[in-house]
Design a protein around this ligand. Structure first.
Ligand code: ADP
Ligand code: MG
Length: 454
């Protein structure tokens, strides 16, 4: 298998396993630059991504690669900051016919303009409207025609996977393509935060400010991540005001309304509330079926109506999950030559449902925490007092209590026969630590993210 195709398989699989946010953050602008003997060399845009891939996703990547090519034993990395996505895309375009549909799709996923952060695959044309998102769509569309004058800021919130990023990006793309000379910047809040932190650390705050000074449309996705980050909030407040006063458009998304974001400075909250706030709800069955049709046709696939309706009726949570099912059907078709019909779909959904009933099970939590801290699951339920192990154990206890509502004695039993007072102690320790130490909260949110998969 060619190295491009090998990497596309990894990307397609990883996309199913981790959230869009993580995927975009860690897999954007990555590729395989070489395969030598038993080693695959992954090219990454910077050392930060390299370390993160290595620490958090190495095992998973290797697992996927080894399924296709069992000879591969190791991953290596090369840092290649000069990857320019557009050039790659143009080159790719010529070879397009040789590639299968899914490869094109996953590739499109990666065509993010490095200057604006915009991905052209998100447009208003391929955004399906229904009663659940009508208002958010209308407000976004209006802003895209008249940035900076109508709703400022525009604040869109919803549960995950319901179309916030798609809408935000669609606004950015439309402005970028249709209004001349507008500087658009789309950035994930996590990236914004890490930019600020590193600018402060390296005494480069002036550079940071300069970068934002000339922006006409600033789009920040998943702003809830600012929660509790005081220094970042302060800097953001200044950036916000400076742009706002110049009538520049600001668009924000969050997984909850401004008044529900914990530890958000009140001056920021009132700024957020000063514009237009709109939410996106869960879509109805009709719209879910329509979305599936669109997504399938984007991949030049036609899916029988009964299959569409079956999926739409049975996958009721997020649109991302709907797409996940479609992806799985396509992958099965590609790898096992399974046809896309009602029977196969029922089988697939049965498997998925079984695993998602267990999605927040004891085992899954144990595994997610063990993966994250790179300790073994066995150690976590052993009496080991090693620092990393103790920390992981506390995290497991916390999640079992928070996510599964397990009783303290039951948690004790599950994690190696510990007394319930020990469990209560661990639980309150993490809770307390979280208030003092934002890192723990962040780690927790990464672990939670890795728990959410189709
Ligand atoms: P969020 O940012 O709210 O978590 P996304 O915008 O990433 O959600 O949406 C998840 C997936 O669902 C994306 O692939 C997106 O294209 C798709 N999607 C969401 N809403 C719609 C819609 N109304 N029409 C078409 N696709 C949608
Ligand atoms: Mg999003």
């Amino acid at each position: 298998m060619q190295k491009e195709n090998l990497w596309q398989s990894v990307l397609a699989q990883m996309q199913l396993e981790i959230s869009n946010a993580s995927f975009n953050t860690w897999f954007k602008n990555t590729n395989i630059s070489d395969i030598r003997e038993n080693q695959v060399v992954i090219s990454v845009p910077n050392t930060f991504v390299r370390d993160w891939l290595h620490n958090k996703y190495r095992k998973e990547i290797l697992k996927i690669i080894r399924k296709i090519n069992p000879q591969i034993k190791n991953l290596d990395y090369t840092v290649n900051p000069a990857i320019k996505t557009e050039e790659k895309f143009q080159k790719k375009g010529k070879e397009k016919n040789e590639e299968s549909n899914i490869n094109q799709m996953s590739f499109q996923e990666l065509v993010v303009d490095y200057k604006t952060g915009l991905n052209p695959k998100y447009t208003f044309q391929n955004f399906v409207i229904g009663p659940f998102n009508e208002l958010a769509h209308a407000a976004s569309f209006a802003v895209s025609q008249n940035p900076g004058s109508l709703y400022n800021p525009l604040f869109i919130y919803s549960k995950t996977g319901l179309g916030k990023t798609h809408l935000l990006q669609a606004v950015g793309n439309k402005i970028q393509n249709e209004l001349e000379g507008k500087n658009v910047l789309y950035i994930q809040a996590q990236k914004f935060i890490s930019d600020i932190i590193s600018s402060i650390r390296n005494n480069k705050m002036d550079d940071f400010k300069n970068r934002y000074k000339d922006i006409d449309v600033l789009i920040i996705d998943d702003i809830q991540f600012l929660s509790g980050k005081e220094k970042t909030q302060e800097e953001f407040f200044h950036t916000f005001n400076e742009l706002y006063e110049k009538n520049k458009q600001i668009i924000l998304s969050s997984d909850r309304p401004p008044n529900a974001i914990n530890s958000l400075a009140s001056r920021l909250r009132s700024r957020f509330e000063g514009g237009m706030i709109t939410d996106i709800d869960y879509p109805d069955t009709e719209t879910r079926a329509a979305i599936l049709k669109i997504k399938a046709s984007e991949r030049k696939l036609s899916i029988p109506d009964d299959v569409c309706y079956y999926i739409a009726e049975n996958v009721q949570r997020s649109i991302r999950e709907l797409e996940g099912v479609l992806n799985k059907l396509i992958i099965q078709k590609q790898t096992k030559n399974n046809p896309i019909n009602l029977e196969e779909t029922k089988k697939l959904l049965k498997n998925i449902n079984q695993s998602s009933v267990n999605s927040f099970s004891f085992n899954k939590i144990l595994k997610a925490v063990a993966n994250f801290y790179e300790v073994s699951e066995k150690d976590i339920i052993s009496p080991s007092r090693k620092r990393e192990v103790v920390k992981s154990r506390q995290m497991v206890i916390y999640l079992l209590r928070q996510e599964l509502n397990y009783s303290y004695p039951y948690i004790g039993k599950k994690i190696g026969g510990k007394d319930h007072t020990t469990i209560i102690h661990s639980f309150s320790k993490i809770k307390k630590d979280m208030q003092k130490n934002k890192e723990i909260e962040e780690e927790l949110s990464y672990i939670r993210e890795s728990l959410i998969s189709v």
